[in-house]
Design a protein around this ligand. Structure first.
Ligand code: IVH
Length: 694
């Protein structure tokens, strides 16, 4: 992040006038129906361009310019606010924050007693008026001086109770938004009722609050960020609202029964040093991807009432608060096409092809679409402008079409009627469609996966060679590899005596691989390397896995009811392949495993954890180049080590991570672990802890 973010170039007075008009109408749409044609980044670039032009040509400034106005001068309503609903000034970097804080201290002529650091909720500002403890009126921000009455939203907003815990008269201010789940539900209900989907949770909340009659129910969420006295507020409460620090007011509000950020993974905190403020900014930013509601920054406020009073306000924003903006994780781009790809298990999955767009630091060209029903539900068409966002850490997803940008040229998305790979029928009985040939539809991909380094590790079997074996009718799955003869292999093009012997030796060696590798090679849906290890260690033998029902699978760490059901179905489907492997003499047991219900091998041995293993109960992530005793181990081998020592290996750092093994050149995972306060050790230190398992 830099302090000089990009801005739209505005060359002359004509371009300036056009830019002002675009910004004014986008702003009205954003604060009105929530259907702005510009995403946040594009709007901010435009306003910065306008401000830069105005700085150079003050004589050209137009009266409706959005600069210096609350809500960009958006539509006003007819309900006057008791106290203006202000905006916030922005910074975009740690240096910007530092400069702002220094300016505030200069203005006050003293240190700030304490800071409040809290998420900037990405919804719309609401004033909620309570009389005698009863919610009587909801008003939007409007132009800051007056807003629109949206009291029809009463009863639809979680966190904004109809009755407070005490019969007080008070105005709560906060943000109304939709959680991701509420957004999905709202769009499902809306499209089912024949309506056009909302582009994103923010516009869904804005649109839903303003819709007068609706045939379906939507649910929204409120988070308070302030409270004010009203006419009729008892003197005791009014005095507390005047005198308490912001953090105290938020406690009072939570005590009355309204939602605050206290109950979220990113609660507001107070800090007495700027160092702690910066640290908290980083912590909240690191947790953003895991939240089920949108945040677009962090708000830093002087906490004490006296500091706020002395800092005062400008025409637009308080001087005692600042928004530290985070980069947009949602952009608008075009949906150019939808591709249907067949995976190695025969699943046919749609993928959106997008006009390349930068989202949060990387260029996105493809995005996940779950299945045909999902496309239908979202009402997407080829050529649509769509909102795209990054879910979790990395996976880009298409959220919704931006319906008001349609030109009429958009086309329906073609849904395949036959398997796009082999032309056979599609089994559409489940949400995720599959080719009726299942794994054999894309045998090359499933065999390639099975012989990969982390599974059976058979060298010399590249895609071309596998293609050749399939075309020659020698194999239909990877079990057939184990019955290949010398004559069959040497007869293939470009195979000599030495390469044939080497390939057959590698195949022979793979027979002795432990069960976890064989199980992983099966490519069971819903399992990868680490889950295969857990299942193999838990059951100890393929027979036990085959005998397990859904309940038995749920005893494996990380297997819930849904995955357990898929596992049972998958094992049943794979029965002929497993039979072939057994007949070929492939290993079907896991060395060192004891089987379900029996104690782990060294249950009594160690001091740590109930199971006695040093990493028992810990979630461990390894990153960077391994060194010391771990040098030369692949990431998978390190993960195997973690799991042998009783830990759970994971590839991404989150609030649930217990330990990060950070080798040389460890990058963003180490940064994130530092921000989250996760314990970090070097490969050498880690090797010391798990020496017995190396
Ligand atoms: S305090 C007097 N705290 O951001 C200033 N605002 O861009 C009152 N917002 O109008 C705002 N989260 O709608 C505050 N934790 C938070 C917030 C927050 C979101 C919104 C609010 C404000 C807008 C300014």
């Amino acid at each position: 992040m830099t302090e000089t973010p990009a801005r739209t170039d505005i060359g002359d007075q004509g371009a300036y006038a056009a830019a002002v008009q675009t910004a004014v109408s986008a702003s009205a749409a954003y604060y009105g129906e929530g259907d702005s044609p510009l995403d946040d980044d594009a709007f901010d670039r435009l306003v910065r361009g306008i401000a830069a032009y105005e700085a150079e040509h003050p004589e050209h400034v137009l009266p409706d310019s959005p600069t210096g106005k609350v809500a960009g001068g958006a539509v006003a309503g007819d309900v006057p606010h008791t106290v203006p609903m202000l905006s916030l000034d922005n910074v975009f970097s740690a240096e910007g924050l530092e400069a702002w804080a220094a300016g505030l201290l200069r203005r006050l002529g003293r240190e700030v007693a304490s800071w409040s650091v809290e998420p900037k909720l990405d919804g719309l500002a609401i004033s909620a008026r309570y009389s005698g403890g009863r919610l009587v009126q909801l008003v939007t921000r409007g132009d800051g001086a007056a807003g629109e009455d949206v009291s029809r939203g009463i009863g639809m907003i979680t966190g904004l109770p109809g009755r407070l815990a005490e019969p007080v008269t008070v105005e709560l201010r906060g943000e109304v938004l939709m959680t991701r789940a509420q957004f999905e539900d709202a769009n499902t209900a809306r499209t089912a009722a024949g309506g056009a989907p909302f582009a994103n949770p923010r516009s869904a909340a804005a649109g839903s609050l303003r819709t007068k009659d609706r045939a379906y129910r939507v649910e929204m969420t409120f988070f308070a960020y302030g409270a004010l006295p009203l006419d009729g507020t008892d003197e005791g409460t009014a005095a507390r609202l005047r005198e308490l620090p912001h953090s105290g007011i938020m406690e009072l509000v939570a005590g009355l029964g309204a939602h605050t950020t206290a109950a979220t993974p990113v609660p507001a905190i107070t800090a007495t040093t700027m160092e702690r403020v910066r640290e908290r900014v980083e912590e909240i930013a690191a947790l953003r991807a895991e939240l089920d509601f949108g945040i677009d920054g962090i708000v830093i406020k002087a906490d004490a009432a006296a500091d706020q009073a002395d800092a005062g306000i400008s025409s637009r924003a308080p001087r005692w608060a600042i928004a530290y903006k985070l980069p947009a994780v949602e952009k608008i781009t075009r949906l150019l096409d939808v591709e249907w790809n067949v995976g190695r298990t025969g699943v046919i999955a749609p993928r959106a092809v997008l006009e390349p767009v930068e989202v949060d630091g990387s260029v996105v060209t493809y995005a996940t679409l779950h299945n045909a029903a999902d496309i239908e539900r979202r009402g997407l068409r080829i050529g649509d402008h769509v909102t795209v966002y990054k879910a979790g850490d990395v996976i880009p997803r298409v959220e919704a079409p931006v319906v008001h940008l349609r030109t009429g040229e958009e086309r329906p998305i073609g849904v395949p009627s036959a398997c796009p790979r082999c032309g056979d029928e599609i089994d559409a009985s489940q949400q995720r469609w599959r080719c009726v040939r299942g794994r054999s539809c894309h045998a090359v991909a499933s065999v390639r996966y099975a012989v990969g380094r982390d599974q059976l590790d058979i060298e010399g079997l590249g895609e071309n060679r596998i293609d050749q074996l399939i075309d020659a009718g020698l194999i239909t799955d990877f079990a057939d590899l184990f019955v290949l003869t010398h004559e069959q292999v040497i007869a293939l093009d470009r195979m000599g005596e030495t390469s044939t012997a080497a390939l057959l030796a590698a195949i022979g060696a793979a027979k002795a691989k432990p069960l976890n590798k064989v199980f992983c090679a099966l490519g069971v849906r819903g399992t990868g390397r680490s889950m295969s290890r857990r299942i193999s260690r838990h059951f100890g033998a393929m027979d036990a896995i085959r005998a397990a029902d859904a309940e038995a699978f749920q005893e494996v760490e990380g297997v819930g009811p849904e995955r357990a059901t898929v596992l049972v179905a998958e094992i049943a489907e794979l029965a002929p392949l497993i039979d072939k492997l057994v007949a070929a003499g492939v290993t079907m047991t896991e060395p060192g495993a004891t089987g379900p219900g029996e104690p782990a091998p060294d249950a009594e041995a160690g001091e740590a954890g109930a199971s006695g293993l040093p990493l028992s109960g810990l979630s461990v992530v390894a990153t960077g180049a391994m060194s010391g005793p771990l040098a030369g181990l692949s990431r998978n081998e390190v993960n195997e080590l973690i799991e042998r020592a009783g830990g759970r290996a994971s590839s991404s750092v989150s609030a649930r991570t217990s330990l990060l093994v950070a080798g040389g050149k460890a990058g963003s995972k180490k940064d994130k672990a530092e921000k989250l306060g996760v314990e970090i050790v070097t490969p050498e230190e880690f090797a010391g802890r798990v020496a017995a398992f190396l």
